[in-house]
Design a binder for this molecule. Structure first.
Ligand SMILES: CC(=O)SCCNC(=O)CCNC(=O)[C@H](O)C(C)(C)COP(=O)(O)OP(=O)(O)OC[C@H]1O[C@@H](n2cnc3c(N)ncnc32)[C@H](O)[C@@H]1OP(=O)(O)O
Ligand SMILES: O=C([O-])CC(=O)C(=O)O
Ligand SMILES: [Mg+2]
Length: 303
């Protein structure tokens, strides 16, 4: 099974804070987003853009770095692209995405910039946050609008605001109900388009227990990872998303049992009283592929 690029943790760093930008890569996040949108006040948009440009251009980072621009319908969006694309971010994260046309528009601008600055065509990717009912309605159209699309994410704070409600704390039983449908629909759209799905940030840094429950919920719903705002959140995300030894061992046993069934010309077998057939095999292969990507499992194939 092909290994996907890991995007378990996708951490924002506010673009107006040089300290955050400089250190954002050292905490082990799979992906970092330099933000010039909502964490940057109107009066600081120009200076943040310059800081982010310099960080991208002159600092070395060991992880993927994207840039969250302002939406292209705002006074800053197109200028963000003009100013920041020459510094070659790994991807543009478009917030508040609402249509495929926006993505095609950004794709054209990126294509032109890649030509102009001599970057390899197609290397700058796009990730889009869905933050409104209109964006949700068009989620598949957005997800499939360009070959540059690598993921769609839910921006839960704005989504709850656009619903005229609150973003409640997400625990599988009592919380996060306002986002439940949106979260699932975003995963469906991402899966149909063959790209990744990223869950929203959790803003209460003191409440690690509910944060853990929300990460577990995101994983159960099918998200590939979670946006976050602070280095303290990375370990919890990775703990949930990295296959444990027990999961790896079980996946191994599922594959071995299935291989055994096939030698007996059967497509189904019982493993400790549980039926194993094709979908469980795909899931077991996925566990091993994720474990390999996360560096906790080395073997290529089961013997
Ligand atoms: C709804 C939305 O749009 S969310 C997306 C936009 N929001 C953001 O980008 C916010 C990013 N995060 C932050 O700015 C901060 O983490 C805050 C304001 C939430 C909390 O700040 P603090 O209380 O100072 O965080 P904390 O005390 O945990 O910081 C510990 C260390 O981690 C660093 N740090 C904190 N957050 C980040 C981050 N996101 N990226 C990189 N480094 C960070 C701090 O600089 C500090 O470093 P130091 O020990 O060398 O001084
Ligand atoms: O991407 C995110 O989760 C952060 C965000 O903009 C939101 O929640 O509105
Ligand atoms: Mg938002």
């Amino acid at each position: 099974m092909a290994e996907e690029r890991l995007r378990r943790s996708v951490m924002y760093a506010a673009g107006n804070n040089p300290g955050l930008l400089q250190n954002a890569g050292i905490y082990g996040a799979d992906s970092v987003i330099f933000d010039v949108e909502d964490s940057v006040s109107v009066g600081e948009k120009d200076s943040a853009r310059e800081l982010v440009y310099n960080a991208l251009k002159y600092l070395k980072f060991s992880c993927e770095i994207g840039v969250r621009i302002n939406h292209i319908s705002t006074p800053w969006g197109y200028d963000d692209l003009d100013y920041l694309l020459p510094a070659k971010p790994d991807y543009i994260r478009l917030p508040k995405g609402e249509s495929g046309d926006e993505i095609r528009d950004i794709d054209k601008i990126i294509t032109k910039a890649e030509e102009e600055y001599g970057f390899e065509p197609g290397t700058i990717k796009i990730m889009v946050s869905i933050e409104s009912p209109k964006g949700l309605r068009n989620a598949y159209e957005i997800a499939s609008a360009s070959p540059r699309m690598i993921a769609i994410a839910i921006g839960g704070e704005d989504f709850a605001t656009s619903l005229k409600t609150e973003k409640t704390k997400g625990n599988a039983i009592t919380g996060g109900r306002e986002l439940f449908v949106a979260r699932s629909m975003i995963v469906f759209a991402a899966r149909e388009a063959g790209i990744q799905a990223i869950d929203s940030v959790f803003s209460d840094l003191r409440d690690e227990q509910t944060f853990l429950a929300e990460v577990e919920l995101a994983k159960e719903l099918g998200f590939d990872g979670k946006s976050c705002v602070n280095p303290r959140q990375i370990d919890i995300i990775h703990q949930v998303y990295t296959p444990s030894e027990k999961e790896i061992d079980y996946a191994h046993r599922v594959l071995a049992a299935y291989k055994d069934a096939l030698t007996k010309n059967s497509g189904v077998i019982a493993l400790n009283g549980k039926m194993i057939d094709a979908p469980m095999v795909i899931r077991a292969e996925r566990v091993l592929a994720n474990a390999r990507s996360a560096g906790v499992y080395q073997k290529e194939e089961i013997e």
